[in-house]
Structure formats: C-alpha cells, structure tokens
Write a protein that binds this ligand. Structure first.
Ligand SMILES: O=C(O)CCC(=O)C(=O)O
Length: 199
C-alpha cells in the first residue's frame, strides 16, 4: 500500500504526504458530524483527553478539541482503518501497535500556538519509535492559516526541542508546514519535532 520510495521518504524525513484520501463530500459529512458534536458536548468537548492515561492535554483556550472519536460514529472509522494510513504507521512502528486515540483539534484564528515538541516523554535509540500520528486535513492547510509545522529529520536527532533550542516556541530555520487541500492526509513520526507556529 506504500511504495518503497514513500517508505524511505518517511524514514528519512519523518513525515509523508499520502495525498487526498477523502473526497470533498466525505470532508463535508465529517465536518457536519464534528459540528454536531461540538454543539452537543459544549463545555465538555474534549474532556476525555484529561482522563487519558497516555496523553494528558489541558483544556486549550486557543483551539476547539474533541476526543474519543472512535466511539462517536462510524463516519470516523476511515481514520484508523485506511490501508495507506496503516501501512505508514506500520513502516514507523512495525507490525505490533495499537490505536492510542482519535481526536479533533482546530486552532482558532490567530491562536492555538504550540511550541515544538514530540509526543513521547523522551528520545528513543536505534529507531525504536513508540508513537506515530496521522493528521487528516479537514480544511485547506495553507502557509498562513495555522497549519502544523514540523522539522524534518529531527526524529533521528536524539535530542528534544526543549534540550536543543533556546526557545522551542520560536520559528526553527528548518521547519516546514504541512500544507495541502482538504481531504489530504499526512503520516508523521511523532518523534519528529512538531507544533503550531505563532500567527
Ligand atoms: O494541531 C496541530 O496542528 C498539532 C497538534 C499537536 O501537535 C498536539 O496536540 O500535540
């Protein structure tokens, strides 16, 4: 489901653009369901994140969040069953892995800034990666609308942004943005430095 060049790119750079895996009709249906959930969950939206044993996210003023989407409708099944996504995850983690969580995050205009970070508590040695993300673009990600930033190749550095940078909130000279039309999907190794730029 991934060609050799894609596997090699993911290994070298720490991310991979899988292309548009959702039609615009699917994107609209998914966004409609997310809007319903945001409305019905109100102040409680995303509360499961605070309960998770693995990821503890405080409530964020600058971003809308929903969590536990695995249990909130079959429309979300594609996010963790698409064969190209599973092939990307397997390329990073090997054959034995499990789903940790399926969440929604939408930075509000001008907000949602995150310092460069990784989604694991420490560095890993010899490519023994512990976590891998897929990120599904539910609107167009552009250079200027709060798209995710990543610093390619940093998953192999054996240093965390907090250790290596004077200010992990600052722009990194090698950072790139994940950009693409709605419906696009990226895999990124969660040990690659990533975050959301100041806007
Ligand atoms: O929303 C994004 O673009 C990145 C989110 C992220 O890295 C996180 O919540 O750990």
């Amino acid at each position: 489901m991934l060609i050799q060049e894609e596997i090699e790119f993911l290994d070298s750079y720490g991310y991979l653009n899988l292309g548009q895996l959702l039609t615009l009709e699917q994107v609209t249906q998914i966004n409609n369901r997310l809007a319903q959930l945001l409305e019905s969950e109100g102040e409680n939206a995303g509360h499961e994140l605070a309960q998770s044993k693995y990821i503890r996210h405080p409530k964020e003023e600058g971003a809308d969040r929903l969590a536990d989407l695995v249990n909130k409708g079959p429309i979300f099944d594609i996010f963790y069953t698409h064969p190209r996504v599973l092939a990307g995850i397997e390329a990073v983690l090997g054959q034995h892995y499990k789903l940790s969580s399926l969440n929604y995050r939408a930075a509000k205009p001008g907000k949602g800034h995150q310092k460069l970070h990784v989604d694991w508590k420490n560095t890993v040695v010899d490519g023994a990666y512990q976590v891998c993300n897929s990120i599904w673009l539910l609107d167009d990600f552009t250079q200027s609308n709060g798209s995710t930033r990543i610093v390619p190749k940093t998953h192999k550095l054996n240093r965390l942004p907090d250790q290596a940078m004077a200010d992990p909130n600052a722009k990194h000279p090698d950072e790139i943005r994940i950009i693409g039309p709605a419906g696009s999907v990226f895999i990124f190794n969660s040990h690659v430095w990533h975050g959301v730029p100041p806007t």
